[in-house]
Design a protein around this ligand. Structure first.
Ligand code: TYM
Length: 348
Protein backbone atom coordinates (compact mmCIF):
# COMPACT_ATOMS: atom_id res chain seq x y z
CA UNK A 1 0.00 0.00 0.00
CA UNK A 2 1.31 3.49 -0.88
CA UNK A 3 2.29 5.58 2.11
CA UNK A 4 2.34 9.33 2.61
CA UNK A 5 5.16 11.39 4.06
CA UNK A 6 3.57 12.57 7.28
CA UNK A 7 3.60 9.89 9.93
CA UNK A 8 3.71 7.11 7.28
CA UNK A 9 0.02 6.40 7.54
CA UNK A 10 -1.27 3.86 5.04
CA UNK A 11 -3.54 5.43 2.50
CA UNK A 12 -6.83 3.77 1.81
CA UNK A 13 -7.54 3.18 5.50
CA UNK A 14 -7.38 6.73 6.81
CA UNK A 15 -10.26 9.12 7.10
CA UNK A 16 -8.87 12.62 7.32
CA UNK A 17 -10.41 15.85 8.54
CA UNK A 18 -8.93 19.27 9.06
CA UNK A 19 -10.06 22.88 9.21
CA UNK A 20 -8.80 26.43 8.85
CA UNK A 21 -10.27 29.68 10.10
CA UNK A 22 -11.23 32.33 7.59
CA UNK A 23 -9.93 35.16 9.80
CA UNK A 24 -7.57 36.69 7.25
CA UNK A 25 -5.34 35.63 4.37
CA UNK A 26 -3.53 32.40 5.19
CA UNK A 27 0.24 32.56 5.61
CA UNK A 28 3.27 30.40 5.02
CA UNK A 29 2.89 28.76 8.44
CA UNK A 30 -0.62 27.58 7.55
CA UNK A 31 0.68 26.32 4.22
CA UNK A 32 3.73 24.44 5.50
CA UNK A 33 2.20 23.22 8.77
CA UNK A 34 -1.15 22.13 7.34
CA UNK A 35 -2.33 22.91 3.81
CA UNK A 36 0.38 21.14 1.85
CA UNK A 37 -0.30 18.00 3.94
CA UNK A 38 -4.01 18.36 3.22
CA UNK A 39 -3.17 18.21 -0.48
CA UNK A 40 -1.04 15.14 0.08
CA UNK A 41 -3.71 13.43 2.22
CA UNK A 42 -6.40 13.77 -0.45
CA UNK A 43 -5.70 10.24 -1.56
CA UNK A 44 -6.70 8.86 1.79
CA UNK A 45 -9.87 6.79 1.86
CA UNK A 46 -11.92 9.89 2.69
CA UNK A 47 -10.62 13.42 3.18
CA UNK A 48 -12.80 16.22 4.56
CA UNK A 49 -11.57 19.81 4.75
CA UNK A 50 -13.57 22.72 6.07
CA UNK A 51 -13.37 26.48 6.32
CA UNK A 52 -14.35 26.86 9.96
CA UNK A 53 -16.39 30.06 9.89
CA UNK A 54 -18.13 29.33 13.21
CA UNK A 55 -14.72 29.30 14.89
CA UNK A 56 -14.00 32.75 13.49
CA UNK A 57 -16.97 34.15 15.48
CA UNK A 58 -15.12 33.54 18.74
CA UNK A 59 -13.26 36.85 18.37
CA UNK A 60 -14.57 40.24 17.24
CA UNK A 61 -14.79 40.75 13.49
CA UNK A 62 -16.70 42.51 10.77
CA UNK A 63 -19.60 40.43 9.30
CA UNK A 64 -18.97 41.53 5.69
CA UNK A 65 -15.29 40.72 6.09
CA UNK A 66 -16.14 37.22 7.40
CA UNK A 67 -18.28 36.52 4.32
CA UNK A 68 -15.50 37.74 2.04
CA UNK A 69 -12.74 35.89 3.89
CA UNK A 70 -14.70 32.61 3.77
CA UNK A 71 -14.86 32.77 -0.04
CA UNK A 72 -11.23 33.86 -0.31
CA UNK A 73 -10.12 30.98 1.90
CA UNK A 74 -12.09 28.36 -0.04
CA UNK A 75 -10.69 29.74 -3.31
CA UNK A 76 -7.15 29.64 -1.96
CA UNK A 77 -7.54 26.07 -0.75
CA UNK A 78 -8.51 25.02 -4.27
CA UNK A 79 -5.67 27.11 -5.70
CA UNK A 80 -3.22 25.40 -3.32
CA UNK A 81 -4.16 22.01 -4.76
CA UNK A 82 -7.31 20.67 -3.13
CA UNK A 83 -9.21 18.74 -5.76
CA UNK A 84 -12.98 18.38 -5.22
CA UNK A 85 -12.80 15.10 -7.10
CA UNK A 86 -10.51 13.67 -4.41
CA UNK A 87 -11.69 15.40 -1.23
CA UNK A 88 -14.77 17.00 0.27
CA UNK A 89 -14.35 20.75 0.79
CA UNK A 90 -17.08 22.61 2.65
CA UNK A 91 -17.91 25.51 4.94
CA UNK A 92 -18.47 24.47 8.55
CA UNK A 93 -21.70 26.47 9.07
CA UNK A 94 -23.27 24.81 6.01
CA UNK A 95 -23.35 21.60 8.02
CA UNK A 96 -25.45 22.41 11.10
CA UNK A 97 -24.57 19.07 12.71
CA UNK A 98 -21.26 20.64 13.87
CA UNK A 99 -22.99 23.07 16.21
CA UNK A 100 -25.38 20.43 17.53
CA UNK A 101 -22.71 17.85 18.29
CA UNK A 102 -20.63 20.59 19.92
CA UNK A 103 -23.44 21.09 22.44
CA UNK A 104 -23.61 17.37 23.27
CA UNK A 105 -19.83 17.34 23.75
CA UNK A 106 -19.91 20.50 25.87
CA UNK A 107 -22.06 18.49 28.25
CA UNK A 108 -19.20 15.96 28.40
CA UNK A 109 -16.29 18.39 28.89
CA UNK A 110 -15.42 20.16 32.14
CA UNK A 111 -14.72 23.84 32.83
CA UNK A 112 -11.32 22.91 34.28
CA UNK A 113 -10.32 21.06 31.15
CA UNK A 114 -11.15 23.99 28.89
CA UNK A 115 -9.56 26.54 31.21
CA UNK A 116 -6.23 24.73 30.76
CA UNK A 117 -6.16 25.27 26.98
CA UNK A 118 -3.16 27.49 26.26
CA UNK A 119 -4.72 29.06 23.16
CA UNK A 120 -7.70 30.20 25.22
CA UNK A 121 -5.40 31.56 27.93
CA UNK A 122 -3.28 33.45 25.35
CA UNK A 123 -6.20 34.90 23.42
CA UNK A 124 -8.22 35.74 26.52
CA UNK A 125 -5.19 37.42 28.12
CA UNK A 126 -4.92 39.77 25.14
CA UNK A 127 -8.43 41.19 25.58
CA UNK A 128 -8.96 40.48 29.29
CA UNK A 129 -10.39 37.13 30.40
CA UNK A 130 -13.62 38.66 31.74
CA UNK A 131 -14.61 39.95 28.34
CA UNK A 132 -13.54 36.86 26.36
CA UNK A 133 -16.48 35.34 24.51
CA UNK A 134 -18.06 32.14 25.82
CA UNK A 135 -17.49 30.77 22.32
CA UNK A 136 -13.74 31.30 22.70
CA UNK A 137 -13.80 29.21 25.86
CA UNK A 138 -15.86 26.45 24.21
CA UNK A 139 -13.90 26.60 20.93
CA UNK A 140 -11.92 23.34 21.39
CA UNK A 141 -15.17 21.43 21.90
CA UNK A 142 -16.51 22.67 18.56
CA UNK A 143 -13.22 21.56 17.06
CA UNK A 144 -13.71 18.11 18.61
CA UNK A 145 -17.18 17.98 17.04
CA UNK A 146 -15.70 18.87 13.63
CA UNK A 147 -13.39 15.89 13.86
CA UNK A 148 -15.63 13.30 15.51
CA UNK A 149 -18.55 13.83 13.11
CA UNK A 150 -16.53 12.28 10.28
CA UNK A 151 -14.98 9.39 12.23
CA UNK A 152 -11.65 10.90 11.24
CA UNK A 153 -8.67 8.91 12.44
CA UNK A 154 -6.08 11.39 11.15
CA UNK A 155 -6.02 15.14 11.61
CA UNK A 156 -3.22 17.01 9.80
CA UNK A 157 -2.46 20.18 11.79
CA UNK A 158 0.42 22.39 12.88
CA UNK A 159 2.07 21.93 16.25
CA UNK A 160 -0.08 24.65 17.89
CA UNK A 161 -3.16 22.39 17.66
CA UNK A 162 -1.58 19.49 19.57
CA UNK A 163 -3.37 20.29 22.84
CA UNK A 164 -6.76 20.61 21.12
CA UNK A 165 -6.27 17.22 19.50
CA UNK A 166 -5.40 15.68 22.85
CA UNK A 167 -8.64 17.11 24.30
CA UNK A 168 -10.60 15.68 21.35
CA UNK A 169 -9.18 12.25 22.13
CA UNK A 170 -10.06 12.57 25.82
CA UNK A 171 -13.64 13.64 25.06
CA UNK A 172 -14.15 10.84 22.53
CA UNK A 173 -12.81 8.21 24.93
CA UNK A 174 -14.90 9.56 27.83
CA UNK A 175 -18.04 9.55 25.71
CA UNK A 176 -17.41 6.02 24.43
CA UNK A 177 -16.90 4.78 28.00
CA UNK A 178 -19.94 6.59 29.35
CA UNK A 179 -22.46 6.06 26.53
CA UNK A 180 -21.08 3.16 24.51
CA UNK A 181 -18.88 3.03 21.43
CA UNK A 182 -19.88 6.03 19.28
CA UNK A 183 -16.78 7.88 18.05
CA UNK A 184 -13.48 7.01 16.40
CA UNK A 185 -10.59 8.29 18.53
CA UNK A 186 -8.45 10.44 16.19
CA UNK A 187 -4.71 11.01 15.99
CA UNK A 188 -2.94 14.26 15.18
CA UNK A 189 -0.72 14.13 12.07
CA UNK A 190 1.94 16.76 12.74
CA UNK A 191 5.00 17.36 10.58
CA UNK A 192 8.27 16.17 12.15
CA UNK A 193 10.67 18.76 13.64
CA UNK A 194 12.29 20.94 10.98
CA UNK A 195 9.52 20.23 8.44
CA UNK A 196 7.23 23.20 9.06
CA UNK A 197 5.10 22.16 12.06
CA UNK A 198 5.73 25.57 13.71
CA UNK A 199 6.89 28.39 11.47
CA UNK A 200 7.90 31.44 13.45
CA UNK A 201 7.30 35.17 12.89
CA UNK A 202 10.15 36.64 10.82
CA UNK A 203 10.33 39.74 13.03
CA UNK A 204 9.94 37.92 16.34
CA UNK A 205 11.17 34.35 15.90
CA UNK A 206 10.19 33.37 19.44
CA UNK A 207 6.52 33.75 18.44
CA UNK A 208 4.72 31.62 15.87
CA UNK A 209 3.71 33.15 12.56
CA UNK A 210 0.05 34.00 13.08
CA UNK A 211 -2.87 35.48 11.14
CA UNK A 212 -4.11 37.42 14.12
CA UNK A 213 -1.29 37.86 16.64
CA UNK A 214 1.78 38.10 14.42
CA UNK A 215 3.50 41.19 13.04
CA UNK A 216 2.52 42.04 9.43
CA UNK A 217 6.19 42.47 8.46
CA UNK A 218 7.03 39.08 9.98
CA UNK A 219 4.19 37.19 8.28
CA UNK A 220 4.38 36.04 4.67
CA UNK A 221 0.87 35.78 3.26
CA UNK A 222 0.09 33.37 0.43
CA UNK A 223 -1.06 36.29 -1.71
CA UNK A 224 2.03 38.47 -1.11
CA UNK A 225 3.66 39.52 -4.38
CA UNK A 226 7.32 38.59 -5.06
CA UNK A 227 8.64 42.03 -4.09
CA UNK A 228 6.87 41.92 -0.74
CA UNK A 229 8.18 38.40 -0.09
CA UNK A 230 11.75 39.50 -0.88
CA UNK A 231 11.41 42.55 1.34
CA UNK A 232 10.02 40.59 4.30
CA UNK A 233 12.74 37.95 4.05
CA UNK A 234 15.51 40.49 3.65
CA UNK A 235 14.37 42.19 6.85
CA UNK A 236 13.96 38.91 8.78
CA UNK A 237 15.58 38.98 12.21
CA UNK A 238 18.58 36.64 12.39
CA UNK A 239 20.85 37.10 15.41
CA UNK A 240 23.98 38.86 16.51
CA UNK A 241 26.62 36.18 15.76
CA UNK A 242 28.89 37.38 12.98
CA UNK A 243 28.35 35.39 9.79
CA UNK A 244 31.00 32.80 8.91
CA UNK A 245 31.58 29.05 9.27
CA UNK A 246 29.06 27.56 11.70
CA UNK A 247 26.95 30.72 12.02
CA UNK A 248 24.17 29.21 9.95
CA UNK A 249 22.96 26.30 12.09
CA UNK A 250 19.76 24.43 12.76
CA UNK A 251 19.43 25.31 16.45
CA UNK A 252 15.90 26.61 17.19
CA UNK A 253 16.63 27.20 20.87
CA UNK A 254 19.76 29.35 20.55
CA UNK A 255 19.38 30.70 17.03
CA UNK A 256 15.64 30.96 16.48
CA UNK A 257 15.76 33.50 13.62
CA UNK A 258 18.31 31.65 11.50
CA UNK A 259 16.76 28.27 12.31
CA UNK A 260 13.37 29.52 11.16
CA UNK A 261 14.82 30.53 7.79
CA UNK A 262 16.61 27.19 7.52
CA UNK A 263 13.37 25.38 8.37
CA UNK A 264 11.45 27.38 5.76
CA UNK A 265 13.96 26.54 3.06
CA UNK A 266 14.15 22.88 4.13
CA UNK A 267 10.36 22.48 4.18
CA UNK A 268 9.98 24.20 0.81
CA UNK A 269 12.66 22.12 -0.90
CA UNK A 270 12.07 18.77 0.83
CA UNK A 271 15.55 18.70 2.38
CA UNK A 272 16.73 18.14 5.95
CA UNK A 273 17.33 21.35 7.95
CA UNK A 274 20.88 20.30 8.96
CA UNK A 275 21.77 19.72 5.33
CA UNK A 276 20.37 23.12 4.30
CA UNK A 277 22.24 24.88 7.12
CA UNK A 278 25.56 23.31 6.24
CA UNK A 279 25.44 24.76 2.73
CA UNK A 280 25.39 28.41 3.91
CA UNK A 281 27.88 30.72 5.59
CA UNK A 282 26.15 34.04 5.05
CA UNK A 283 22.76 35.14 6.29
CA UNK A 284 22.25 37.23 3.14
CA UNK A 285 22.40 34.28 0.76
CA UNK A 286 20.23 32.15 3.04
CA UNK A 287 17.64 34.92 3.02
CA UNK A 288 17.68 35.46 -0.72
CA UNK A 289 17.53 31.72 -1.52
CA UNK A 290 14.66 31.31 0.95
CA UNK A 291 12.83 34.23 -0.67
CA UNK A 292 13.24 32.62 -4.11
CA UNK A 293 11.95 29.27 -2.82
CA UNK A 294 8.92 30.99 -1.27
CA UNK A 295 8.20 32.90 -4.48
CA UNK A 296 8.51 29.73 -6.59
CA UNK A 297 6.02 27.94 -4.28
CA UNK A 298 3.52 30.80 -4.20
CA UNK A 299 3.59 31.68 -7.89
CA UNK A 300 1.44 28.77 -9.20
CA UNK A 301 -0.93 29.08 -6.23
CA UNK A 302 -1.47 32.79 -6.94
CA UNK A 303 -1.92 32.19 -10.66
CA UNK A 304 -4.61 29.57 -10.01
CA UNK A 305 -6.20 31.83 -7.39
CA UNK A 306 -6.57 34.62 -9.94
CA UNK A 307 -8.12 32.23 -12.47
CA UNK A 308 -10.59 30.82 -9.94
CA UNK A 309 -11.51 34.31 -8.71
CA UNK A 310 -12.72 35.22 -12.19
CA UNK A 311 -15.58 32.74 -11.85
CA UNK A 312 -16.83 32.65 -8.24
CA UNK A 313 -19.65 30.32 -9.36
CA UNK A 314 -17.14 27.45 -9.56
CA UNK A 315 -16.12 27.83 -5.91
CA UNK A 316 -19.74 28.20 -4.79
CA UNK A 317 -20.69 25.00 -6.57
CA UNK A 318 -17.73 23.08 -5.08
CA UNK A 319 -18.82 24.23 -1.62
CA UNK A 320 -22.47 23.29 -2.24
CA UNK A 321 -21.54 19.76 -3.33
CA UNK A 322 -19.06 19.50 -0.45
CA UNK A 323 -21.69 20.49 2.15
CA UNK A 324 -24.12 17.93 0.76
CA UNK A 325 -21.55 15.12 0.94
CA UNK A 326 -20.39 16.20 4.39
CA UNK A 327 -23.97 16.32 5.72
CA UNK A 328 -24.63 12.76 4.66
CA UNK A 329 -21.83 11.53 6.90
CA UNK A 330 -22.30 14.07 9.69
CA UNK A 331 -26.02 13.42 10.07
CA UNK A 332 -25.44 9.68 10.51
CA UNK A 333 -22.84 10.25 13.23
CA UNK A 334 -25.01 12.81 14.98
CA UNK A 335 -27.99 10.41 14.98
CA UNK A 336 -25.74 7.79 16.61
CA UNK A 337 -24.61 10.29 19.25
CA UNK A 338 -28.16 11.51 19.98
CA UNK A 339 -29.31 7.94 20.49
CA UNK A 340 -26.32 7.03 22.67
CA UNK A 341 -26.90 9.98 25.01
CA UNK A 342 -30.61 9.23 25.34
CA UNK A 343 -32.36 11.94 23.31
CA UNK A 344 -35.82 10.83 22.19
CA UNK A 345 -35.70 10.10 18.43
CA UNK A 346 -37.66 12.52 16.21
CA UNK A 347 -40.62 10.90 14.42
CA UNK A 348 -41.02 11.32 10.66
P1 TYM B 1 -5.82 27.98 12.16
O1 TYM B 1 -6.88 28.53 11.26
O2 TYM B 1 -5.22 28.90 13.16
O3 TYM B 1 -4.63 27.38 11.31
C1 TYM B 1 -4.85 26.45 10.26
C2 TYM B 1 -3.75 25.40 10.29
O4 TYM B 1 -2.47 26.02 10.18
C3 TYM B 1 -1.60 25.58 11.23
N1 TYM B 1 -0.71 26.69 11.61
C4 TYM B 1 0.63 26.62 11.57
N2 TYM B 1 1.48 25.63 11.22
C5 TYM B 1 2.82 25.89 11.28
N3 TYM B 1 3.32 27.10 11.67
C6 TYM B 1 2.51 28.11 12.04
N4 TYM B 1 3.02 29.29 12.41
C7 TYM B 1 1.09 27.90 11.99
N5 TYM B 1 0.02 28.68 12.28
C8 TYM B 1 -1.07 27.92 12.04
C9 TYM B 1 -2.56 25.23 12.36
O5 TYM B 1 -1.97 24.33 13.27
C10 TYM B 1 -3.71 24.62 11.61
O6 TYM B 1 -3.47 23.25 11.34
N6 TYM B 1 -8.40 25.39 15.55
C11 TYM B 1 -7.89 25.36 14.21
C12 TYM B 1 -8.94 25.18 13.14
C13 TYM B 1 -9.83 23.99 13.30
C14 TYM B 1 -9.47 22.63 13.08
C15 TYM B 1 -10.66 21.89 13.30
C16 TYM B 1 -8.27 22.01 12.72
C17 TYM B 1 -11.13 24.01 13.65
N7 TYM B 1 -11.65 22.75 13.65
C18 TYM B 1 -10.67 20.50 13.17
C19 TYM B 1 -8.31 20.59 12.60
C20 TYM B 1 -9.48 19.87 12.82
C21 TYM B 1 -7.20 26.70 13.93
O7 TYM B 1 -7.51 27.71 14.52
O8 TYM B 1 -6.35 26.67 12.88
Amino acid sequence: MRRVGLGNYPLGVATVLSGIQPTAAPHLGNYLGALRWWVEFQDAHDAYYCVVDLHALTVAGDPAELTRATTTMATLLLAAGLDPGRCTLFVQSHVPEHAELAWLLECTASMGELARMTQFKDKAARGGEGSARVGLFAYPVLMAADILLYDANLVPVGDDQRQHLELTRVLAQRWNTRYGQTFTVPEAAIAPPGKGARIMDLQDPRRKMSKTAGSPAGTVFLLDDPKTVEHKLKRAVTDTDPPGPGAVRWDPEHKPGVSNLVELLAALTGRQPEEVASSYQSYGRLKSDTAQAVIATLEPVQKRYRELSEDPGVVRSVLATGAERAREVASRTLARARQAIGLLPRQG
